[in-house]
Design a protein around this ligand. Structure first.
Ligand SMILES: [Ca+2]
Length: 375
């Protein structure tokens, strides 16, 4: 709570400071790189045979696991028994980065049955819907559309969804695709592409989306650390650098500027493309493709109990190499102890948590894994 109060105090002060522009952009603190290796966790395969699972996790008030298949089915897995909650395959375009790509359960799911799904419609455009689950089933025809967005390309459609500690729904959208954000959309404050958006989705009206962060390339996965209210984003890089961003969203404040496409990680590509305002926030951690991978998969701050060595560390990984890293969050948005773990999850797509806050992982090859303490 002290941290929350301190953050609120600091943001109060920030109102008097001039907005950042490209000529006066501060240099972000240098992001942390992997400084060693560790063996804190092992992975136990708990299931296989899913069709390109993109998400695994749990629902408030339910001990079961839930799995999203990229092809459009959303499945409740109780023990080893699978039940399809909703099947969007008839209205979903599936591609490398398109399909059913994001899931969030409303905090009041146990009472309301509200479930939010992010999928690509038949034209390949973003469609985010709310459905109501009753007795583990939801009717696609009852969907309420929360957000639609034209996607110029088949890549960089974003994906991540999460409810924040403020109760709002957060949505990550990529820059619309192509290499190096050809339209500079991530810095275009009139575009929803390349943004982190948030909206109050209570009621039946059309949500009003606020831009919380801009300058994103492809926030495939992000999560809130509920203990501190911070948002951790894995932003997929272009040719060289994968990054982890850590921000504290502040409603009604100007959006944070995460730098893309002027910067890839902390590396300046073309500062003239930094045209949007907002505090420029550099990555907390980054790794190069030489160090192991090509697409970061943002994870979670571990607050379970079964892996004591992982407690309060942030875990993330890479889709291409299956590498997993963990780091230690420090005050004032700093991190240290960035270490590559011995365990690997090739084709990693998502790091989620079960009903007890323990880690579960999904891979594009169809497997689910549970993380346990290394022997
Ligand atoms: Ca960035």
């Amino acid at each position: 709570m002290l941290t929350l109060m301190a953050a609120a105090f600091l943001t109060g002060c920030a109102e008097d400071e001039p907005a950042v522009d490209k000529g006066r952009a501060p240099t972000p603190a240098q992001p942390q790189r992997s400084s060693g290796e560790s063996e804190r966790l092992a992975l136990h395969k708990i299931a296989s045979g899913y069709v390109r699972p993109t998400w695994v996790g749990s629902a408030p008030g339910d001990d079961a696991l839930y799995v999203a298949e990229q092809t459009g089915r959303f499945i409740r897995r109780a023990g080893s028994h699978d039940q399809v909650v909703i099947d969007l395959s008839g209205e979903t375009k599936v591609g490398g980065e398109q399909g059913l790509i994001g899931v969030a359960f409303a905090p009041d799911f146990a009472r309301s049955g509200r479930l939010v799904l992010h999928h690509s419609d038949r034209d390949g455009d973003t469609r985010i819907i709310e459905v109501r689950v009753r007795d583990h089933r939801a009717d696609p025809a009852s969907a309420r559309v929360l957000l639609t967005e034209d996607q110029p390309e088949e890549n960089h459609n974003g994906g991540g969804l999460a409810f924040g500690p403020d109760g709002r729904l957060y949505v990550g959208l990529g820059d619309g695709g192509g290499a190096f954000d050809p339209g500079n959309r991530a810095q275009d404050e009139t575009s929803r592409l390349g943004k982190m958006l948030a909206a109050d989705i209570e009621g039946r009206g059309e949500p009003v989306w606020e831009t919380v962060a801009l300058g994103l390339r492809n926030p495939w996965r992000f999560s809130f650390d509920p203990a501190l209210g911070e948002l951790w984003i894995g932003d997929v890089g272009q040719d060289n650098i994968e990054e982890v961003n850590r921000i504290y969203p502040e409603p009604d404040e100007p959006p944070k500027n995460l730098g893309w496409p002027a910067r890839e990680g902390a590396t300046v590509l073309d500062e003239n493309r930094l045209v949007a305002g907002g505090d420029l926030i550099g990555p907390a951690a980054e790794y190069t493709h030489d160090e192991g991978g090509c697409s970061v998969v943002g994870g979670v701050v571990y607050r379970g109990t079964r892996i004591p060595a992982l407690r309060e560390r942030y875990i993330y990984g890479d889709f291409c190499s299956g590498a997993l890293w963990t780091l230690r969050p420090r005050p004032a948005s700093q991190v240290d102890q960035v270490e590559r773990e011995a365990a690997q999850a090739p084709q990693l797509t998502h790091i989620g948590t079960d009903a007890n806050g323990e880690l579960v992982l999904a891979t594009g090859s169809g497997e689910l894994y549970r993380a346990v303490a290394a022997k």
